[in-house]
Design a binder for this molecule. Sequence first.
Ligand code: SF4
Ligand code: SF4
Length: 693
Amino acid sequence: MLTPIEKILFILLALVSAGFTFHGFKTIIDTVRKGRPAPELKNIPASLLKAGVTVLFQRTIFKARKALSAVHLGLFFGLITYAFVNLFDVLEGLIPNFDLTYSGKHLAPPAWTIPLINIYSLVSDVMSMFLLIAITIFLVRRFIVKDKALTYRENVLLNPKVKAGGQAKDSLIVGVFVIMHVTAHVLSQAYRLTEGADPFMPFASFLNSIFGASETGMHVAWWVSIGWVMFIIPYLSRSKHTHFFMAPINLGLAKQNPRGQLDPAIPLKVIDGRKYDPGAKVITDLAWKRILDAYACVQCNRCQDVCPANFYQRPLSPSALEVNKRYLLKEATFGSHPDLLLAPLTETVISPEAVWSCTTCYACVRVCPVGNEPMADIVDIRRRMLIDGFEIDSGVQTALQSLATNGNWMGKGKRLRGRWAKELEFPVKNATEEPVEVLWFVGDTASFDERVIPNTKMVARIFHQAGLDFGILYQNESNAGNDVRRVGEEGLFEQLVEQNMAAFGKAQFQRIVTTDPHSFNTLKNEYPQFGGKFEVKHYTVTLLKLFEEGKLTVKNKLSHYKVTFHDPCYLGRYNGGFTAPRKLLELLGVEFHEMPRNCENSFCCGAGGGQIWMGKVAPGERPAENRIKEALSTFEKHPSDKKQLFIVTCPKDMVMYSDAVKTTGNEGKIEVRDIIQLVAEAVGVEEVSPIVG
Ligand code: SF4
Ligand code: SF4
């Protein structure tokens, strides 16, 4: 189809385009390689294959925004189809008589290929229409509806180019390109239809009925369609749409270790004898995988939608963090500011206040369709901030000092840890002095907080009634360190691990049971990094097992309660502990209603990652308050006179939500109870003691 001069021009253009594209991707790869070693990945080919399948069916995007995700799915398949369309268009341009219209009759293909040609013609024609519709929807969303989900809070640190509309400009360029490219392709096919309509090209045939056939039109449309591709491919490597290529790779190289296991503060693997300080100050202090995150980011803000800190008006947006990383890298590598690679992250990608707003709830990582880990960056930045002497919240400072001296954050003497056990009507074994089947790791809040101790005693009474052979560590137990590590105090975390490991060493037990999901998480997922490999269970699992084995029986069904259940982040989202609490509630016979945000999508109470230690309380509706309102609106859909209960399975939640009921003025409408209180009532161990405020 193309004239010899056009062919030469096209080949020259293709070579220049390939050169720029190669330079773009080589720059990205070189930049990613500047990052620190990441934890070793196993079986990478299999992971990449799995990621390929995931991307092909766009599985990860459906975790949120289902309707838009369906449009995105169509757009994705449209673009895949267009990879073939472009290939065939090039062949049509370069090879004389290569023409697939009218079942390829000008090409005189073998008979068996004719059905394939017809399928291709139909699919490419229909997909062209769909692509135009889908891209129009996305452009309307961004530029006409101005969807708030694509914006950031005023108080979030943003790269000046993002503030000046860099993302919108990128979207506009690519959107206009797709519209021009697709329209020009269909027109080039329409101009080819010299013999009228082709039944396998309804869209092109329709345009042919308007514009007719034209040799000149065909050439012009071909150049607009394919010529544009030669410009856009190199541009993509420099734009936010790099994610077309990087997202599948990033997903294939995503975190393989358990969700609840943070990377070490200093990489275990050392390359070329490089010395590393703990955590991250500048972008190249991040593991290479988390530099790749920035290139893979779709900039969809799904992570921001689910972030409790962002909800709480704090200056934190996990998506802004990734977007800022991306713009910093672009200016440092494609622009004229290589010095930005050495700029402090707290000045360029996330503000110090935002760093300290994260609850480490993992919601951003869970929802991200491309396997990004903004939360891990935040923990690494905290680690370095602590070492560099940044000022931190006085409440956090006090908690850390107490943890260092007393092994708990509540400023209590070590010897007081087991005092609640002495007040029981039966002895609780000291697991460091006699062997036990179950070592109950009680945790700080359950051991010291007067509002929670009645529940702690109830757990002991239930275990005792069920004949469970259990013991505790008394003064030998220290805080497990989960939140200490997430605050960034890696040294103190290691000290606590050491203390607990020494205590475990003195004890004889078969498994550990915890009441606190935070302790559960670190004992199960992080102690193995330090040689502590134990079977660890949450008390909800243990209670369920005791019922299943007939060691506990429900004497009083609790059908007079209408309840909802809050999944704690460190039990549910981190460790998949969704079933046991729900099965328990079913056994107890309560009327159960699920809140809209449940299981993986549960909304954080706002206490994690050290937030519970913060001295300053920011203004605005707190996540726990919002959650209480969610529970009440769930109950409103099921009106009855039953007592309304908000059930928790974390001692910290007991405190957080009891406060939230008061601060939202909902006392009398809803009551917060630990699941153990319901179990106690059902098995007839003890009257329910109300929480003391
Ligand atoms: S871990 Fe939770 S609080 Fe922290 S950035 Fe992610 S969503 Fe926000
Ligand atoms: S980090 Fe993930 S969820 Fe957040 S904006 Fe980027 S792609 Fe979307």
